[in-house]
Design a protein around this ligand. Structure first.
Ligand code: GLY
Length: 471
């Protein structure tokens, strides 16, 4: 571990508000004087303000990131990668081998987010019960359209039409088609299937999982994992989940490790399953290639028990923004411990947090088109920090500081506000107050962490719908 009080240089590979939350948490270190070296998708105003050196790499190309590290390697002690693309493309392998700078993220081999099919196969080997029914359609297995169509039909005959059709590779939430949402007939389903299969990708068809979702995150040093509290992501645009899938419109965390619609035993089951996956990949000793956050697991609590929707090998966005503001440990120490292989239990304050995203008018189908001014002024929201102190955090995401000194919304989720409170209602009010004081043509969901939404989840779990009983 570095000596306390010493200067530490940290590379942060940034995409979105998640990286601003990481930089914020690291910059609050009481033990270290941190200097940031940020490889960013654009001139994120928060990151630019905090960086000793800031470089824009719009495609987050691993070679260009590595050049930036090489040029500053004498000042950088370690790096942390937030988005999946560079992790999948091997940023850790390349940076560590070419520059010697230790990276906090899994190696390419353990970027299990890369393949949904491999994830299902891995789960099949260590916790098959967490898998839904599924079938893999490999390109090599079929010589004609009619042959693959017969195989798809045959699988639907076995498990029913209620399925999800997924490309093997991550497609930022796009590409996944779900019965009832994206198609309501087998012909439409096959059209969706073909749009993926014909592009050369292998396809996974799996039983549609109905239930209540939770997001599980953990830090890992290769020897052990240190678990973080559960969060609930709101993937859909529009209140009451009526819109299309997005990158995530917001999320909440309760003041304990599990969510209001869960019981402690549901959380224990999640931990049991994640430990099984970890042990399968780690083996009996240690596997430092897993360092970072290799297990951000999306769970679905269903009538057949806890199932795994997907595993990501990075912090969740917005889920990590729920956690880092209430981390009790010095986050720089946690990072050193991950690198040195002596990670211990991390602790969070017993506080609730609510993250609300403000997004562009044409994001998530709110408007077909928006051609107006994209300037966004966060000063009104920042001014509220006099009232709320550290209980309000503001993390710019897809926004850019331009030469004119103003900030502008780009195409994706613009900025999130994090409210911290004794309970979810208090945290939500602070988060929404932050959102209300942003000046700009943006929209947001108003019901992230709302009592009606939480109670709906509670009722669905209580009725036994997701604990194996008939509704
Ligand atoms: N919250 C969804 C994600 O980070 O992938």
């Amino acid at each position: 571990m570095g000596k306390e009080g010493e200067r530490v240089g940290i590379l942060v590979i940034s995409y979105g508000s998640r990286a601003a939350a990481v930089i914020d948490a690291l910059s609050r270190s009481e033990n270290y004087d941190v200097r940031f070296y940020v490889a960013d998708k654009q001139r994120n105003p928060f990151n630019v303000r905090h960086a000793a050196k800031h470089v824009v790499i719009p495609d987050l190309d691993v070679g260009k990131i590595c050049d930036f590290v090489e040029a500053n390697k004498n000042e950088i002690d370690f790096g942390i990668c937030c988005p999946e693309k560079p992790i999948i493309e091997g940023v850790r392998d390349v940076v560590e081998s070419k520059t010697g700078v230790a990276m906090i993220c899994p190696t390419k081999k353990y970027a299990i987010e890369e393949s949904k099919i491999s994830q299902r196969q891995l789960l099949g080997e260590c916790c098959a019960g967490a898998n839904p029914e599924f079938k893999v359609f490999h390109h090599a297995g079929y010589s004609s359209v009619s042959e693959v169509k017969r195989a798809v039909w045959g699988f639907l005959d076995e498990i029913g039409n209620e399925v999800a059709v997924k490309p093997d590779k991550p497609a930022a939430g796009k590409g996944v088609g779900v019965w009832g949402d994206h198609f309501t007939s087998r012909e439409q389903l096959f059209e969706h299937f073909s749009s993926i299969f014909d592009s050369g990708s292998d396809v996974l068809i799996e039983e549609k999982m109905e239930g209540e979702e939770s997001s599980f995150q953990a830090f890992c040093d290769g020897k052990r994992i240190s678990v973080l509290p559960d969060t609930r992501d709101y993937k859909r645009a529009f209140d009451a989940d009526l819109g299309q899938n997005t990158g995530g419109m917001g999320s909440y965390k309760d003041n304990k490790d599990w969510l209001p619609f869960m019981e402690e035993k549901d959380r224990e089951e999640e931990e049991r399953l994640v430990l099984k996956i970890f042990k399968k990949l780690r083996g009996n000793g240690s596997n430092e290639e897993l360092r970072g956050m290799p297990f951000y697991v999306a769970f679905m609590h269903t009538a057949k028990g806890a199932k795994i929707l997907e595993i990501n090998s990075r912090p969740g966005d917005p889920e990590i923004q729920n956690v880092l503001p209430v981390l009790k440990n010095d986050f720089v120490d946690v990072c050193f411990r991950m690198i040195e292989g002596n990670l211990s239990r991390v602790e969070c304050e017993a506080k609730a947090t609510v993250v609300t995203y403000a997004v562009p008018m044409d994001y998530g189908g709110y408007r077909e088109k928006y051609s107006g001014d994209k300037r966004v002024d966060l000063s009104g929201a920042y001014a509220l920090q006099e009232k709320y102190g550290d209980n309000l955090r503001i993390y710019p995401g897809s926004m850019e500081l331009r030469e004119d000194g103003h900030t502008y919304a780009l195409g994706s989720r613009t900025v999130c506000t994090v409210g911290v409170g004794e309970n979810i209602a208090e945290a939500r009010e602070i988060s929404l107050d932050g959102i209300r004081n942003i000046d700009g043509a943006l929209w947001n969901r108003g019901d992230i962490g709302a009592e009606y939404h939480i109670q709906r989840s509670v009722r669905r779990m209580e009725r036994g719908a997701f604990r194996g009983l008939e509704v």
